[in-house]
Structures are given as C-alpha cells and as structure tokens.
Ligand binder design. Structure first.
Ligand SMILES: [Zn+2]
Ligand SMILES: [Zn+2]
Length: 385
C-alpha cells in the first residue's frame, strides 16, 4: 500500500527566488522530500511546480548528488520516496477560469511541455500561472510530453471547475477527464452526487503551501507501482477501486458553506444558500456544499463507504500540541505510522488515554466538526466524556 499526496507546491527554488508567493520559504524541493518521507511517512508525492525555471535547476542538483534517481517507469526515486514532477495551470473554460494538474515521467518531458507552452504563460518561475491558450491545445502539449492530467480542487469557488465554470464538465471540456481532485471542502459522497463523475478516479491531495500541510489530505493506493507508470495505469484504466481517500471532514474546509461578506458570517441554514438570510445581501462567497446541492443530479451521501475516510491531521487533534507531536514522532517515526499502524495500547502508553482515543477516532473517521466557510476553517468539536 502506498501513501500518496499528488499536489505539493514549492515556495522557493534554492537560488532564493519565489515560486509560490503565498508559499513558505522553507518549502524547497529538498525539504519537501525530507518531510514527506521522514515526518509524514508518504511513499509517493507529486510536486506540481516542476515547470519553474529555478526548480528545474534544483532537480538537476539533486540528480547530480544522487538524491534523485530516474525510475525506468518514470518518476524519481528519492531514498524510498517516489517523486513525480507536475504542473498546475489556470485555463479559461466556459465563462470562468479553472486550475488543472498535469504530471510527467521526467524533467526532460516537463521541459518539452514548457517549450511548447512557452509563449502562452508570462512568468515561468512562478506557480499556477494563467495559460493564454485554449484547453484543447494545452491537452495536446500534455500528451506530446507523455503526461497525464486532471482538473484540480474541482468544487472550490476559487478556480475549481465546478465551482467557477460549469455545472457539467461535458458542457465545457472536449475530452472527459479520467480523474479529478476532490479538493478540501468536499468528499466522495458529495462528488458522487454528480452522475458524470461516477467512473472517475478521485484523489484527495493537500495542495500544501507549507511543509506542515503536506499530507493534510492524501490517498492510499492498493497494488499500484510507485512510479509515474503506476499512476498512469491507475488513471488510464480508471482503476477507481485502487484508491482510498483520507481527507478532512468536508465541514472543516474553509469554503464548505456559503459566507456573507456583509455580516461576515457563515450562513447556517440548509444548503443551498445563495443570499444571506440575516441581511438579504447577495455578496456571498458560495460554499462548496451550497454549490454542489444546486448542481447535483443524484442524491447526496448515498455513496458512503470506507473509500473516503474523514481524517484530520495529527496536529489538529485536541491534546496534540508541539510537545506531544514530537513525542509521538520520536516514538513511532511518522504521521502515517501513528495514523495507520501503531496499536492502541502503544499509543496509550506514549500519549495517555485521552490522546490515544482521539487518534483512534481519527483513524476510523469518527470525529465531529463545526462547519467552516468564507475562507475560515471549521474545527473539531468532539467532547470526550
Ligand atoms: Zn489550484
Ligand atoms: Zn495548487
């Protein structure tokens, strides 16, 4: 079983230049590899700022030092972790703009792709820039560089394709995606309320802009080769059953519910709410749930099996401050070990009974949370008795 997070940004390249302006300075390629492997316990990551001029230099450096090694099936081995180079681009589809993710077998193929798109993007150092070209031409560039693609965080009001551009992908995309990224404020049960997504592979990724946020959402892959080829097979054959998602409970997402910009509060009445019931304002940031309820063509929440586990990162659990977190990692190695493998008795011995109960609840997806919205995260509200 692999632990995979396919959407990790880079804050800066090693030459000190910004890649993601809102990203942390410490979010460099070598630090990402270290934290993903040694702290988080991931087996496969997608670094989606591999197009960046500075980051390409960083790849070359790590290849020279032997910290990266090209795999025959594509992707790079990084001392037990697999790294897949990728790119996030903003494209206009229909009336709006949406983010798309693409992944490539090697940095050479990324360069080929960058060369083909060169004139359509203004700044190649920076993350998630707008591409001034039609979707079809972008797709052609991805294919020619042997890449794979899917739309990013599809339901978010901020540049998600359903949140921003359409109510059906088939209305705006000439080619149907074989996979989607669900995004932080939704889960599979919500996504499955749109019939056209029934056969799509669904990923839940962190979209991390800092080291600590790596793997705040992730996936497990069953019987998938840890390489670009493995990911390609998974997507091309729509092997949906191979993927299990571990994601924040949708309510904790910062765009889960609609948010009134005039009263600055989350609208709590049953979804969908597109105007504020208190002040009547239409200046509302549409919540992911509100958007989905208004475009769904199937009942929501019917698909509710164990393939989507609602889980919050260890550091967000009550009772796990910096000291307790350190103690857990020192004893058990990685977050994935604590969240998946360590027996309850061992957790109890190291962290005490209360914290152990929280971790086990989190492992099983049994936490209760209060809803977020308008850019503010929800929070865990369980009270242990
Ligand atoms: Zn994005
Ligand atoms: Zn992103």
């Amino acid at each position: 079983m692999l632990f995979a997070d396919l959407h990790v940004h880079i804050g800066q390249s090693l030459d000190g230049k910004y890649v993601k302006i809102t990203g942390a300075k410490t979010l460099t390629l070598p630090n990402i590899l270290k934290v993903a492997r040694n702290v988080k316990g991931l087996s496969l990551i997608g670094v989606i700022d591999s197009h960046s001029t500075g980051v390409q230099e960083d790849f070359k450096t790590l290849l020279t030092t032997g910290d990266l090694r090209l795999l025959s099936a594509g992707g790079y081995a990084a001392h037990g972790l697999t790294l897949i180079p990728g790119h996030e681009i903003e494209l206009q589809v229909g009336e709006g703009n949406a983010h798309f993710l693409a992944y490539f077998p090697s940095i050479e193929q990324v360069q080929k792709y960058v060369k083909a798109l060169k004139p359509t993007i203004r700044n190649w150092q920076l993350s998630t820039q707008k591409g001034f070209l039609p979707f079809d031409l972008w797709l052609e560039a991805v294919r020619k560089a042997e890449g794979i693609w899917f739309p990013a965080h599809v339901f978010t009001p901020h540049k998600g394709i359903y949140g921003n551009c359409c109510s059906r992908l088939s209305d705006v995309l000439a080619v149907a995606p074989k996979a989607i990224e669900i995004g932080l404020s939704a889960d599979r049960g919500m996504a499955e309320s749109i019939g056209e997504l029934e056969t799509c592979v669904m990923f839940s990724n962190s979209d991390a802009h800092s080291l600590s946020n790596i793997a705040r959402e992730y996936n497990t892959f069953e019987q998938v080769d840890p390489s670009f080829g493995g990911l390609l097979n998974l997507i091309e054959h729509k092997n949906k059953q191979a993927v299990r998602n571990y994601g924040l409970p949708p309510k904790i997402g910062k765009y889960h519910r609609s948010y009134c910009l005039s009263c600055e509060q989350i609208i709590k009445a049953a979804a969908p709410q597109l105007t504020c019931l208190d002040c009547g304002s239409k200046h509302v940031v549409m919540g992911v749930l509100d958007r989905l309820v208004s475009i769904a063509d199937r009942p929501m929440g019917i698909y509710n099996d164990s393939t989507y586990v609602h889980q919050v990162p260890l550091r967000q659990l009550p009772g796990i401050g910096p000291k307790m977190y350190e103690r857990l990692l020192k004893e058990f190695g990685t977050e994935m070990a604590v969240l998946h493998h360590v027996p309850a008795e061992a957790l109890q011995r190291v962290a005490g009974e209360k914290v152990a109960v929280w971790i086990i609840k989190d492992r099983r997806g049994e936490l209760n949370v209060e809803a977020g919205g308008g850019g503010v995260f929800g929070r865990v509200v369980d009270l242990l008795t």
